[in-house]
Design a protein around this ligand. Sequence first.
Ligand code: FES
Length: 237
Amino acid sequence: MNEKTVTFIVDGKEIKARPEQTIMKACDEAGVYIPRLCAFKDLSPFGSCRVCTVKVNGRPQAACTQPVGEGIVVESQTAEIQQIRRNIIDMLFVEGNHFCMFCEKSGNCELQAMAYRLGILAPKFPYMFPVRGVDASHPDIFIDWNRCILCARCIRTSCEIDGKNAYGFIGRGPHKRVATNSSAGLKGTDADVSDKAPANCPVGSLMYKRIGYAVPIGCRLYDKNPIGSDIEMKKTT
Ligand code: FES
């Protein structure tokens, strides 16, 4: 830890951080997991899903974008905040078509894992069953818009890590979706099987072809450990 640190409180625990850190980054380093979907360790903060909502000195903030501050008091694991997160996850489930039992991402899916972590057994809102398609035109990658949660991790990964701009948002409100940077669809872009973008999709929306069942369901990442446990294992106190 550098000489210059700030100290703040999360759910009663004192955490030291570097002044330039976000609340989420500082908590990650301290072994305190804050749920998230759009945030990803290798990408710049985006602040769109609000699953990381915490209260900072009594006001709701996104932990993935909110900087730390000396003496701030952060609430994360309260019943109220957990319910806000459950409501967001509930809405994501009913707004798309997430058929976990048929999805090859099951067990590796962060949306599914987050629902389990938050104790969601069945959505409480009515399903919308939107009509959405699939782009399987590329030889090695496909997009299934039924499963997209608009986190922009594919867009940001393509730009920030892969050095491309294969994806972008189009439309507004309920019509917003991830589009490819070619009128010919995915096959017309420079997206490639070596890209990290499909690997960084938290759900089964942007996927590599032909590896869906390489690891059997039941032996996958979140089949073994709850989401966030890798961070919580760092806990020292
Ligand atoms: S993880 Fe912070 S807004 Fe999505």
